[in-house]
Design a protein around this ligand. Structure first.
Ligand code: NAD
Length: 253
């Protein structure tokens, strides 16, 4: 029970990597706030955690909306009086190069993937400062480290998340707040499944995603969740500003 009674906020906890992370934290003894726009998925996640005898709350909030972010954080502080760990995980994906991407699509994606993480970081800071420390884990991507073809807005948003991580690690170190980032490679989640299903031949599309990486497979949400818990753990309390790749070797090539 490594995270016994720690208060953890996971954004995008209704599905994929966020769900796996929320479940792992709950199993490790944490109290978990599940943040998601999808009420149905959020309720399902809450039910699983409560059925396992663990404690969680659901905060229905859109991370791109400042007042909803502040509302979610207030709910957490009202419930447990503190917030030890924030996982900025919620994100969306769109395809397209700069020529194909509309201004609206660009702005929406950056607002969710980058501004959303900024807003949660900004509004969690006072609570973490008051309690003398905390940990923030930002879910970036391999796409923030290299230019993956035909997904310019997504690549830029994730490079921004990496820069946010490094900047906040430097700014908040003296407050006892560590800020680290995971960079997952393509992982088998609803986000990726939807993208595969949209292609002309989903089987070939999946094989293509697998075969471009040395480990020749997609990641599992639970593997990414384990990396997040590791970065959040006090056992590696010396780590801040770290950018941890977990991508089947893709960016090592
Ligand atoms: N799956 C991958 O291959 C992969 C690879 C690298 C990075 N990532 C990143 O990991 C994170 C999670 O991805 P996933 O694959 O689990 O996605 P997913 O689509 O399977 O799940 C994302 C969850 O976030 C929620 N969400 C979306 N927009 C939101 C918003 N504005 N406010 C609150 N909640 C919102 C969704 O409702 C959903 O429950 C994302 O930031 C994604 O960019 C994913």
């Amino acid at each position: 029970m490594k995270f016994q009674s720690k208060v953890v906020i996971v954004t995008g906890a209704g599905a994929g990597i966020g769900l796996a992370t929320a479940l792992k934290f709950a199993e490790s003894g944490a109290f978990v706030a599940l943040v998601d726009t999808n009420i149905q998925n959020g309720k399902k996640a809450l039910e699983i955690i409560e059925r396992n005898g663990c404690e969680a709350i659901l905060c229905v909030a859109d991370i791109q909306d400042s007042s909803q972010v502040r509302g979610a954080i207030e709910k957490v502080i009202q419930k447990w009086g503190r917030a030890d760990i924030l996982v900025n995980n919620a994100g969306v994906y769109i395809q397209g190069n700069a020529n194909e991407t509309s201004e609206e699509a660009w702005e929406r994606l950056l607002k969710i993937n980058l501004t959303g993480a900024f807003l949660f970081t900004k509004y969690i800071f006072p609570a973490m400062e008051k309690q003398g420390g905390g940990v923030i884990i930002n879910v970036a991507s391999e796409a923030g480290l290299v230019g993956i073809k035909d997904q310019v807005a997504y690549n830029v948003s994730k490079a921004g998340v990496i820069a946010l991580t490094k900047s906040c690690a430097v700014d908040f170190a003296s407050y006892g707040i560590r800020v680290n980032s995971v960079c997952p490679g393509t992982t088998d989640t609803p986000l990726v499944q939807e993208s595969i299903n949209r292609s002309a031949d989903p089987f070939v599309a999946k094989r293509n995603l697998e075969s471009i990486r040395p480990l020749n497979r997609l990641g599992k949400p639970e593997e990414i969740a384990s990396a997040i818990l590791y970065l959040a753990s006090d056992e590696i309390g010396y780590a801040t500003g770290s950018i941890f790749s977990i991508d089947g070797g893709y960016t090592a090539q």
